[in-house]
Design a protein. Structure first.
Length: 607
């Protein structure tokens, strides 16, 4: 490999690091970056108060779309529009075309005018000035940035703005300040200093009207409106530039103007920790100052409402490798994958990024991952509320313990019938208190279902429970598909409520009185009926209106099954089919009278 000695740093460099200069000085690329690149900054041109005006008959230079200049003659001036329009005739073309004043330049245009603001860059060895061609060879990226900066500076000096819409970038001449003021009759009468760009509170209507008249533009090329002050598309109607640039609360999308001016440069570690903790954010895991700054800025973006502050106190504040914040529960590990829509790391996340219960975006509150195979995520507050609400009707079901998106038997469900021994999907350390009661009731229902199978002996004669049957090895699931259970309003324990095929499950109305659900044991205590062998645990009652086991106790003395309770029109006209065909299998009074059927355990034992 060949080397050369740099004339600036006197170091030996590889030959491919030699700059291609016309002065033949041996300069390396490192010296170029250190000495020449800082010089590639535009010289601010002298601003002009208004664009040049042209009169009829003036010879001007017309800037075409490709950037080339050609001679033209002004033949018309349209002062009825802002900015003024000019009708010109190109040299050799008698047709009149209309254009804006920013595309017309004086006839006596020299290279110095075109190069206004271009810096002087010299060789660090011989001080020879480097022309544009040499700069394009040695610093092409810096030259491109310089050209863009010069163009923007020239546009600002001439009062011309560029449409900020992506792909448009049309040039628009600003209306002079005097014309803008005369076109708006609104004057601020509030007496405050809440200008469109001030740091005060919300701008008044007069300030908004003045700001709109002076800064709202509509591009004729793309038809989009924008603000010339902050380049926001579309124009921020009713908001100041500061309010429009302010970040939104991540929970309620309300703008928080104070979050845009959070200054942490002079804050100590202790002050940062105290400030973040006072806002309700978790900073106990932070070990470095940068982590505290990130948590504090995150907390400052939350609005002052109580609900949003409560959500922040439950939220994990760690930052994920992708740069977004974790949306999991405070103090839990490991963190959830990124839940922000559009993030590349979200590809492994199941679902569409919304909570399965409330269908709101997952980042709007602390989320947990369900213990289902797909790993769906839901809000912690939604999961807790679902466990607190429990069953949707009077009959005990346990579908609410499982993921609403996973409906296969492998996931703990089989059709609409719960797999009673499966582990619930709504398992989390923050849900343990709300999960204890449903699991305790479910375990009691499992015991009642096994007792009912043992009493009736169905496990030995039903084909679905035999090897190869639908419920082979799942007798509890079979019992729940045949029987229905309720929760007693007196002792708060589940009890047998009859067979599903007899309408015991029923399509219960949305409104029902839970106090009318009384088990046979509590009814037997009230009536003084007691079995000497089994007590009151298996005491059953007959429905007053038909030959079914009662599930409801209404008006303090009337026992009814679910069908007669939910549909009063079916209470009358029922007849007993007679012994041998009646489901009660014991002597009982005819429909119209309620009666205690005695202890079912003793009856099945004797039968």
């Amino acid at each position: 490999m060949e080397y050369f000695c740099c004339d600036c740093c006197n170091d030996m460099r590889p030959l491919d690091a030699l700059l291609d200069l016309d002065c033949h000085c041996c300069i390396c690329t490192n010296c170029c970056d250190e000495r020449l690149r800082p010089c590639m900054k535009p010289v601010q041109p002298t601003p002009s108060t208004a664009a040049a005006e042209h009169a009829v008959g003036d010879i001007v230079r017309y800037r075409q779309r490709d950037g080339k200049l050609c001679l033209a003659k002004v033949v018309q001036v349209d002062r009825s529009i802002q900015p003024w329009g000019y009708g010109i005739e190109l040299q050799g073309n008698p047709d009149i075309r209309f254009t804006e004043g920013n595309r017309l330049l004086p006839q006596q245009l020299n290279s110095e005018c075109l190069q206004e603001g271009f810096p002087v860059v010299r060789c660090p060895k011989c001080s020879r000035q480097l022309d544009r061609q040499q700069l394009a060879r040695i610093l092409p990226d810096a030259l491109q940035q310089l050209d863009e900066a010069l163009t923007n500076a020239w546009l600002d000096a001439k009062g011309i703005i560029r449409c900020p819409t992506a792909g448009c970038e049309a040039l628009i001449e600003k209306v002079p300040a005097a014309a803008a003021a005369s076109s708006s009759s609104s004057r601020c009468t509030c007496g405050s200093n809440n200008g469109p760009n001030s740091s005060g509170g919300t701008t008044c209507s007069s300030c908004q009207a003045q700001h709109k008249a002076a800064n709202r533009y509509r591009c004729s090329a793309c038809s989009n409106s924008f603000c010339s002050g902050c380049r926001t598309v579309p124009y921020h109607e009713g908001l100041s530039c500061r309010e429009a640039a302010a970040p939104c609360c991540p929970f309620c999308d309300v703008r928080v103007p104070d979050a845009a001016v959070v200054i942490t440069g002079d804050m100590s570690v202790r002050r940062l920790r105290d400030a973040a903790s006072s806002l309700g954010a978790d900073c106990s895991w932070c070990l470095e100052r940068g982590e505290l700054v990130s948590v504090y800025k995150r907390a400052a973006q939350v609005c002052s409402s109580g609900s949003c502050r409560s959500r922040l106190s439950e939220l994990c504040t760690r930052q994920l490798p992708c740069g977004h914040f974790c949306c999991g529960v405070r103090g839990t590990s490991p963190c959830l994958p990124c839940l922000v829509e559009g993030c590349s790391s979200q590809a492994s996340l199941a679902g569409d990024g919304n909570c399965c219960f409330c269908f709101e975006p997952l980042p709007s509150a602390a989320a947990i991952a369900l213990q289902c195979q797909a790993g769906h995520c839901v809000h912690l507050s939604c999961a807790r509320k679902r466990l607190q609400v429990g069953c949707p009707g009077p009959a005990l079901t346990f579908d609410f313990l499982f993921c609403p998106m996973c409906g296969s038997g492998k996931e703990g469900r089989c059709g609409n019938i719960q797999v009673m021994t499966a582990q619930p999907h709504l398992q989390h350390s923050q849900l343990q208190a709300a999960l204890d009661k449903p699991l305790r009731i479910r375990q009691h229902v499992v015991q009642l279902a096994k007792q009912r199978l043992k009493l009736e002996g169905a496990a030995k004669r039903d084909r679905e429970l035999q090897p190869g049957g639908k419920f082979d090895g799942r007798p509890v699931d079979w019992a729940l598909s045949k029987y229905v259970f309720f929760e007693c309003s007196k002792c708060h324990l589940p009890y047998f409520g009859g067979a599903r095929e007899c309408g015991a499950a029923g399509d219960a109305p949305a409104a029902y009185d839970a106090q009318e659900l009384v088990c046979g044991s509590c009814s037997a205590h009230a009536a003084g009926n007691n079995c000497p062998s089994h007590g009151t645990e298996f005491v059953a009652w007959k429905c007053k209106y038909c030959c079914s086991v009662a599930s409801w106790l209404c008006w303090g003395s009337t026992h009814m099954c679910s069908r007669c309770h939910d549909y009063p029109s079916q209470r009358h006209g029922n007849r007993c089919p007679g012994m041998g065909r009646c489901e009660l299998t014991v002597p009982h009074p005819p429909p119209g009278e309620s009666a205690c059927l005695g202890c079912e355990a003793c009856r099945h034992k004797d039968g």
